[in-house]
Design a protein around this ligand. Structure first.
Ligand SMILES: Nc1ncnc2c1ncn2[C@@H]1O[C@H](COP(=O)(O)OP(=O)(O)OP(=O)(O)O)[C@@H](O)[C@H]1O
Ligand SMILES: [Mg+2]
Length: 385
């Protein structure tokens, strides 16, 4: 792996260099974690709360900080509070409580100053599909009152950067979904922000367009931009983020680097589906009685057992279920992933389609939510002593 060089934090008001990195320079790696120490955090969120009219609690006290130059992901299912957080940071919505700063500037006290520093790409596309790509970018720059000559150059630069030059004079309605989403991102960068908010940049994109967008995000990160992105996709956060916070029901239930979060779940996961679901409780008791198994979670019709060494534990596990007369329909062995982190902290498996298990409808009552403990919070499982 090439050596990773971290750019020094930029001074407030400085503009990111959007030129491609020199060849041979350090490539992007999720492990190249910018340090959040004495530098002013690019984004600082403290005990943020949002209750919408009608009493929906979208944010029930969210805190996190993002270092300059960092890619930070807010990961969570439908209704977790991702957009509510980003909209407050982008000064589009007022918090009910707590505070949020961008580049040290309070979003509620100095929204105009914050707006100068940020780019915001909303979850719903802001592209005018009746206009061409070039027109969309130009209009965006005019909204920021960029001087005409500088804007012309900037538009060409961004079209080139996002590989949109060839289609630039066609109405955006003729573009693919991936192209339109890249145009959204380009529009968020017209005024050279320090911090870019990307609310679900890849939702609805096909795998190829998603991969292109990932490359764009990595490229922007290499150029020193601070990025906060929201996503439904565990893999996306794993691939792109230096650090991430998992939001569930308006709260941060886990936070850290993808590697650190996964490392705390040492061992492997065995997923077991029984032929007869009615016997899940019996199977759970059997697995919890095994020395190889450190924790068991049941979600829906699946049992998840955490074991130190999957390959050696599997025969013992299947043997014990067999002896108890519990027929197994399907079994799978996997290395820890962010899915496991999510499962452990929330007590239920992650579903990116957001079928309501993960907190849609606002924050769940505290009694229904697993309590967080130091580092990685514990979920609804029953870890054995
Ligand atoms: N303007 C609003 N008025 C009332 N309730 C709202 C409003 N916006 C969001 N909510 C509610 O707040 C909660 C959090 O919504 P939010 O949009 O922040 O979630 P999200 O994580 O972005 O979800 P998604 O993945 O679906 O985009 C949800 O219960 C949602 O229904
Ligand atoms: Mg959203």
């Amino acid at each position: 792996m090439p050596a990773i060089t971290r750019r020094p934090p930029r001074a407030p008001g400085a503009t990111p260099d959007l030129r491609p990195p020199p060849s041979g320079s350090g490539g992007f790696s999720p492990l190249a974690k910018p340090l959040l120490d004495d530098a002013t955090a690019a984004i600082d969120v403290t005990d943020l709360r949002k209750t919408y009219a009608g009493g929906v609690v979208a944010l029930a006290g969210v805190s996190f900080a993002v270092a300059p130059g960092e890619v930070f992901a807010l990961l969570g299912p439908n209704g977790a509070g991702k957009s509510s957080t980003v909209r407050i940071l982008a000064t589009l919505s007022a918090p009910t409580g707590g505070s949020a700063r961008v580049g040290g500037v309070d979003v509620a006290a100095h929204p105009r100053e914050v707006r100068r520093r940020i780019g915001y790409v909303a979850q719903a596309s802001g592209v005018d599909t009746t206009a061409t790509g070039r027109e969309n970018l130009t209009l965006q720059g005019q909204l920021y009152r960029l001087p005409a000559a500088a804007l012309r150059a900037r538009v060409e630069e961004l079209l080139e950067l996002f590989d949109l030059t060839g289609a630039a004079n066609r109405a955006a309605m003729t573009w693919s979904g991936g192209m339109k989403r890249r145009l959204d991102v380009a529009m968020g960068l017209v005024h050279r922000p320090e911090v870019l908010f990307l609310d679900e940049p890849t939702t609805g994109l096909d795998p190829e367009s998603r991969s292109v967008m990932w490359d764009e995000v990595r490229s922007l990160s290499r150029q020193g931009l601070t990025l906060l992105l929201t996503t439904h996709y565990l893999e996306e956060a794993d691939q792109l983020a230096h650090r991430l916070a998992i939001l569930d029901g308006g709260r941060v239930v886990a936070e850290g680097t993808p590697e650190a979060l996964k490392a705390r779940l040492r061992g492997d996961r065995v997923s077991v589906e029984l032929a007869d679901r009615v016997r899940l409780p019996a199977a759970r008791d059997v697995l919890e009685g095994l020395g190889e198994v450190s924790a068991v979670l049941v979600d829906g019709t699946t049992l998840y057992a955490h074991v130190a060494h999957g390959a050696s534990a599997l025969p013992a596990l299947l043997g014990a279920l067999d002896r108890a007369g519990l027929a197994v329909a399907q079994v799978a062995l996997s290395r820890p992933s962010l899915d496991d982190v999510y499962l452990t902290v929330t007590g239920h498996a992650y579903r990116s389609d957001g079928d309501g298990r993960g907190g849609s409808g606002g924050a769940r009552p505290a009694a229904d939510r697993p309590a967080a403990v130091a580092g990685l919070p514990q979920g609804g499982g029953r870890p054995r002593a």
